[in-house]
Write a protein that binds this ligand. Sequence first.
Ligand code: NAD
Ligand code: UFG
Length: 340
Amino acid sequence: MTILVTGGAGYIGSHCCVTFLEAGHDVVVLDNLSNSNAESLKRVETITGRSVLLEQADIRDQAAIEAVLSRHNCTAVIHFAGLKAVGESTENPLSYYENNVVGTHRLLSAMAKTGVHDLIFSSSATVYGEPQRLPLTEDHPLAPTNPYGRTKLMVEDMLRDVAASDPRWRIGMLRYFNPVGAHSSGLIGEDPLGVPNNLMPYIAQVAGGRLDKLNVFGNDYDTRDGTGVRDYIHVVDLAEGHLRAYEALGRLEASQNSFAVNLGTGNGHSVLEMVKEFERASNRQVPYSIAARRSGDVAECYADTQMATDFLSWQASKDLRDMCADTWKWVVKNPKGYQL
Ligand code: NAD
Ligand code: UFG
């Protein structure tokens, strides 16, 4: 029983490979390496002592996916592959619709053709858009505010339709909040190309001296210190959530053969709290200045975690201190990321 992990060389996918291999599953990775480095999978092998095969291919190539699914007798797919930068999605929406929506359509077509019907999909809390109430429950209206978020919602809708069309499908959609941190070995972590868009890798590069200072995007939000509040979740907890979701597929009924669930901690932390905690973990200063709000940002966003607790028997176990300490360990050990 082999699980195909699309996008498995990337940040979250590589951590997921570790979790699944350690749980005794066999995995094969399909990745075009457009935003990752095969070195991550060598590190996964070092951590787990098990081998991981990389099939370098694109999810837009249906024939290639069919060949990989058949060659390795895959029984399930965990689907991470796609593009994920909100800002870039507003500048180049077509490549987001192509990679995320068309790519997932081709993947599903290949799965249908080869008789593979179990799927876990990386969705995002961005599908909720501007929160109308907090914490965000799974039945909150879905109204994404940018092209990236709309691709995630389109894929969710496609998956709900596909599941409803044929009871053999079993599909889990996982709405991640803000994944951060790294494996505690310091061997794998987030390795963004160029200047990071996201808070945690940006702070880490400031602490490590690669960037001068952090721009805090707005301190006039209606939050406890005026800066944006998010639900940061350790990537190893997130990977564990995938394992629980995969196990939950086996408990699905034909009449209810898909689910969407939040993966977050339920706790919000502000930008300034993140800075303070990272300074403590790294024993370095993180200079910052207050800048204008970033367009499209919301004041606060955090998960209701009840469904994950009840349905997946999963809860995040790592706190902000672990997230910052593990990120710092990764940065210190790999100042240039995966570039050797
Ligand atoms: P990542 O960029 O590190 O990983 C994505 C992987 O997919 C990369 O290895 C990339 O090379 C590969 N890929 C991209 N397009 C491909 C294609 N057409 N064919 C084959 N491979 C392709 O990103 P990540 O942070 O690990 O995110 C994984 C998934 O989780 C994505 O779908 C993302 O949208 C979703 N997600 C991420 C976050 C986050 O903050 N990191 C939050 C919510 C959801
Ligand atoms: N921020 C700064 N300075 C920076 C970067 C970020 O102040 O240099 C602030 C933002 O304004 C926000 C917070 O830090 O208040 C978090 O910003 P991120 O860019 O790290 O994360 P977002 O919440 O904007 O978005 C992330 C992913 C999305 C995903 C979403 C899910 O980038 O893909 O989480 O909640 F959809």
